[in-house]
Design a binder for this molecule. Sequence first.
Ligand code: NAD
Ligand code: MG
Length: 396
Amino acid sequence: MKQQNITILGSTGSIGVSTLDVIRRHPERYRAFALCAHSQVDKLFEQCREFHPVFAVLRDAELAGQLADLCRNAGLSTEVRHGVGALVEMSSLPEVDAVMAAIVGAAGLEPTLAAAQAGKRVMLANKEVLVMAGELFMHAVRQHGATLLPVDSEHNAIFQSLPADFARGLAQCGVQKILLTASGGPFRNTPLSELAGVTPAQACAHPNWVMGQKISVDSATMMNKGLEVIEARWLFDAAPEMIQVVVHPQSVIHSAVQYADGSVLAQLGNPDMRTPIAYAMAWPERIAAGVPPLDLFKIAHLDFFAPDFERFRCLQLAYDVLHIGGTAPAILNAANEVAVAAFLAGDLAFTAIAGLNEATLQAVPLTSEGSLDDVLAADAEARRVAKRMLAEQVFA
Ligand code: NAD
Ligand code: MG
């Protein structure tokens, strides 16, 4: 088998590091071709030393210069680039076979879209891409013959539980419902009166998964599950009514599909992202991921609950924006990025995240999601409005 060249967008993050771990286990199959990150020079340099990528990319010129010096002094031939243009290039170069889209947030949209437009195998962790520009992105995948493989554990589980030809239509395949599981995060049972005072450290201490800060806070508000409802809508062309969120605190069933004949097919596993990452890398084959087997005797029992839309207002907002359509999901996504950053900085109460998101949605005019420019304009306007409201504290 020909060795596959992989570009990792977000190599220093939680998904990026897990992807490199899978590559490390299969050097004959995969090569880290380009490693791209935001600003962690030292961490990216360590990755360059181990994986000898052809390219390394950082966001700004000065940090890229520091990395280039380090690489040169260490005798590495890695070429260092910077900026969004370089990310787009690393997603579309002809030598690249597959792109792991693992940047967090809206910053990943352009390079991930470029990977789709270049017809690559796109391994998608960066769910915000589908939230912002689902229609546009899926159109690019189809038009350019890209292979889209979901990495988000729930969507990976759904993909595994669907027939291979699900693109002909879920109803045609006898699918009644997508059962999207959610752990409920660290505050599932916290008294509502205590939620306003929770700290970023508490919000980031997820009971089952170790993840980046933004997705950890999103899991605590269940905005993450809301973003995943939107992600599932586009990945599987599923009507919002078909997507049922199921709170399952153990995170053993990663999601399931309910069929017309009464069958429910699910994918189970330990909560370790290397499983869906390895699946996306090797599909349609399977490879070792370094994940221990599931011990059903140790787990012994599994719990399921209906979601609490009052406690988790962000989850309701996600269903709302799906019904509104157009740029509403992009506006919600941008507001939420501002709100989460403010919460992490200690400038916004945990319970005010939903309020800021909702107020931004109401204040920013909606347009249709026509082009990438429309989406980027909605994103920019929503950030501007959310930051202004944050500064003036004018939201419930
Ligand atoms: P993280 O914060 O740990 O890592 C983010 C990565 O993106 C870092 O390498 C960072 O350098 C890079 N990055 C951020 N902004 C950038 C920019 N402007 N330009 C270039 N690089 C930039 O995040 P994560 O937890 O690895 O999550 C990444 C994505 O995967 C998110 O969209 C998240 O929702 C999704 N996801 C993560 C998990 C998980 O278990 N961590 C599970 C499912 C989905
Ligand atoms: Mg997930």
